[in-house]
Design a protein around this ligand. Structure first.
Ligand SMILES: [Zn+2]
Length: 60
């Protein structure tokens, strides 16, 4: 069973904890919301996902 729950892709930069949502964007900061199944960020590169999120927003 696949879940549609997504997590704010920029939560590490924008929030104190992951922000989960069912929509395509974070309800709190407006960043892209990504599938929460895979690890949403690389602990060794805490801003990598944030940079990728910005690129995704630029394409949208
Ligand atoms: Zn957010």
């Amino acid at each position: 069973m696949k879940s549609d729950i997504r997590v704010c892709s920029a939560w590490k930069a924008e929030h104190d904890r992951p922000v989960y949502t069912l929509s395509a964007t974070c309800p709190e900061c407006g960043a892209s919301a990504i599938n929460s199944a895979p690890a949403p960020f690389d602990p060794a590169d805490p801003y990598g996902e944030y940079r990728r999120a910005l690129k995704r927003r630029a394409r949208d």
